[in-house]
Design a protein around this ligand. Structure first.
Ligand code: GLN
Length: 483
């Protein structure tokens, strides 16, 4: 593999600008590497080779004429396969959408294109973003580039794996309960989930609309900040989109330190489910932040203990409603049958996999007349109480810290019981329930050399402080490696 492929997008941008490499050369190198390792990693569902080379050529032409669209013009990227791409298959990892070609681009995709980024392909995922390992993709599982006998995490496992395997410098995913942060932690890359409402969901296939957010994988905090600046911002096509202020200075702001910041360590996230090696690593990083001048306090958030139950009631309820549109009439698969009701039934029974069906049944159950008050309404009340609790905590602290996942990446087939799989997201779902921004960054390795991830949670719309602290920790940990 050519060493240039290990560069961050920021470094590549400089090389394109100085003329050290052209976009066509860069894209060709990535494609060559993809061809070589994809049979092993299987991070992609679709590789848009020809289009990527044509787009790279156009980018080089713009640069030659002195008219690049942005600093990122000519840099490759990959997209999770639930982000609508005009003219390019968007499967959601499901047989239901196996041959579905959207007639329009998601807003985030449009923004990337408007900045001249080159899309290399669409990445593998758990079916309809439901899962924590990418094993529930209808097509094939993706392997963790750090150890191919392990899962890459999910549901955005393909995007995490392709960044970790140097198939692209960065990639977009989605995070409903941890699907960016979890795989980032398992694959040893950075994963950012921005504040709910800061990045448009228009054109993102819905799983649970009140929790879904586009997020991304990068190999540096600076790149994570750059992508935020690129694709966040108000979108009239998404009714939950909010005007984000003051993002113009974000990239440069990630250079500040943590001195004077108060960081809360959530006590409930260091319980007995936490692997001792993960615990040690996260605690050691907290210590480093303290040495760098942060004020560390222990915080108790009793609601953290019931976040997973609350999340699975709300997310499945919303999923059962969102997925009602896949009925063989409007999109994707249609299994012909003698009458319309059997057509619905056969289409949904053949088009959806086991996990998706489980969620639809659970969601329908918690929304049904007899159970609504008992489950759904109660979960919503807990969600409101959680938000209040967080608001109170954030009056005392600037940021919160937890491990990203209770363990490092596990082996294929290890979590047969769905409940064991659900527990993987125990520390991440809480962030989606309250809508805050959070980042996962690699903070060490376990005995088997698998990456450990640490999660930092920020205040709503305060990506700036979040990225600043993440950047500081990234530097502190880098120095450690160098020593
Ligand atoms: N693993 C969680 C779930 O299955 C989160 C998924 C996600 O964030 N898309 O619901």
């Amino acid at each position: 593999m050519d060493k240039i492929l290990t560069n961050t997008a920021t470094e590549l941008s400089k090389k394109l600008e100085s003329g050290e490499i052209t976009s066509v050369q860069l894209v060709a190198k990535y494609l060559e590497h993809i061809e070589e390792i994809e049979p092993t990693i299987k991070a992609f569902i679709t590789i848009t080779k020809e289009q990527a080379l044509r787009d790279a050529q156009a980018s080089d032409q713009r640069r030659k004429e002195g008219k690049p669209l942005s600093k990122w013009d000519g840099i490759p990227i990959a997209l999770k396969d639930n982000l609508s791409t005009k003219g390019v298959k968007t499967t959601c990892g499901s047989l239901m959408l196996e041959n579905y070609i959207p007639p329009y681009d998601a807003t985030v995709v449009e923004r990337l294109k408007n900045n001249g980024l080159i899309i290399l392909g669409k990445t593998n995922m758990d079916e309809f973003a439901m899962g924590s390992s990418t094993e529930s993709s209808a097509f094939y599982p993706t392997r963790n580039p750090k150890n191919i006998s392990k899962v890459p995490g999910g549901s955005s496992g393909g995007s995490a794996a392709c960044v970790a395997a140097y198939e692209v410098p960065w990639a977009l995913g989605t995070d409903t309960g941890g699907s960016v942060r979890g795989p980032a932690s398992f694959c040893g890359v950075i994963g950012l989930k921005p504040t709910y409402g800061s990045v448009s969901r228009y054109g993102v296939v819905s799983y649970a609309s009140s929790l879904d957010q586009v997020g991304w994988f990068t190999r540096s905090v600076g790149d994570a900040a750059a992508l935020f600046q690129l694709i966040s911002g108000y979108d009239p096509k998404d009714s939950t989109s909010v005007k984000v202020e003051d993002i113009s200075s974000l990239e440069s702001s990630v250079t500040g330190g943590v001195e004077g910041l108060t960081i809360g360590v959530i006590k409930e996230c260091f319980g007995e489910e936490l692997n001792p090696q993960v615990c040690r690593s996260v605690r050691a990083s907290v210590e480093k932040l303290k040495e760098a001048g942060a004020n560390i306090v222990e915080i108790s958030l009793p609601f953290a203990d019931i976040a997973i139950e609350t999340y699975y009631i709300i997310s499945t309820a919303e999923a059962s409603s969102n997925l009602a549109r896949f009925d063989g009439v409007r999109y994707g698969l249609r299994v012909p049958a003698e009458d319309v009701v059997s057509m619905f039934t056969k289409t949904r029974s053949q088009g959806f996999g086991e996990e998706v069906k489980r969620r639809i049944i659970l969601g329908t159950h918690v929304l049904s007349a007899g159970n609504y008050d008992k489950y759904y309404r109660k979960a919503q009340k807990i969600r409101t109480a959680m938000k209040k609790e967080f608001t109170k905590v954030f009056e005392q602290v600037d940021l919160l810290i937890t491990p990203t996942t209770p363990t490092t990446a596990f082996g294929f087939g290890e979590k047969q019981d769905p409940l064991h799989m659900y527990i993987t997201d125990i520390y991440t779902v809480i962030v989606n329930l309250i809508g805050a921004p959070a980042i996962s960054l690699p903070c060490g390795l376990d005995k088997e050399s698998m990456p450990i991830g640490l999660q930092i949670i920020g205040k709503h719309f305060d990506e700036k402080t979040l990225l600043q602290a993440a950047h500081t920790l990234e530097n502190l940990l880098d120095q450690e490696v160098e020593m």
